[in-house]
Design a protein around this ligand. Structure first.
Ligand code: SF4
Length: 197
């Protein structure tokens, strides 16, 4: 198990393929025998600099949501695997306005890491997968499905349940709408029902 994560930690596929803006190393934390797998979209600059996932303001909002589902940040950081759909910081946009979005080719290069992790974890203790944000959600649901249709629902995935959440970024407007807050609350109630111990 450790070998798999160590191998991922050393990955430089995107840089080798000429995507020079991408900044390895991959940003994730935790181990493969976790019962909870949280999947973010891609690390931001702060996460890259501190080599730790969900430590910015988006992370604060995510952990405050999950606290409502009975999961404390300290427990999550200690016990869950926090992974990313795209593991390395994708780089700054040339106009300096935010970060680059990984291209489909870049996502294809990185996807095998998530597939390997999922296939190993489902054979161990995995009980709950929480994809956070559209990019992570798209690893499980058809892109034609809107967040309105997906958030607040759950889906079986091998031995685990998948319960998605929207991206908690302050610039995302989706989670700020009243009707969407109700869907997030519904998702958190579903998460609360999963026995992760
Ligand atoms: S983003 Fe994924 S595939 Fe690309 S270098 Fe990082 S770990 Fe490797």
């Amino acid at each position: 198990m450790i070998e798999m994560l160590e191998k991922i930690r050393k990955c430089s596929r995107c840089v080798d393929a000429g995507f020079d803006a991408v900044r390895p190393p991959p940003v994730f934390s935790g181990d493969l025998d976790a019962s909870l797998l949280i999947i973010g979209q891609a690390p931001g600059l702060t996460e890259y600099k501190q080599n730790s996932p969900f430590i910015g303001s988006s992370g604060q909002r995510l952990f405050s949501w999950l606290q409502q589902a009975g999961l404390e940040e300290s427990w999550i950081r200690d016990r869950a695997l926090i992974f990313q759909r795209y593991l390395c910081y994708p780089g700054k946009r040339p106009d300096d306005y935010g970060d680059l979005h990984p291209t489909s080719e870049q996502l294809e290069l990185c996807s095998p890491h998530l597939s390997s992790v999922l296939s190993l974890m489902t054979g161990l203790n995995l009980k709950l997968v929480i994809p956070v944000g559209r990019l992570a959600v798209d690893a499980f649901y058809a892109p034609s499905k809107t967040l309105d249709e997906i958030i607040g629902t759950q889906m079986g995935y091998a031995s685990a349940q998948v319960i998605p959440l929207p991206h908690p970024s302050g610039i995302s407007r989706w989670h700020q709408k009243q009707e969407h807050r109700a869907l997030i609350y519904q998702a958190l109630e579903l998460i609360r029902l999963i026995d992760l111990v």
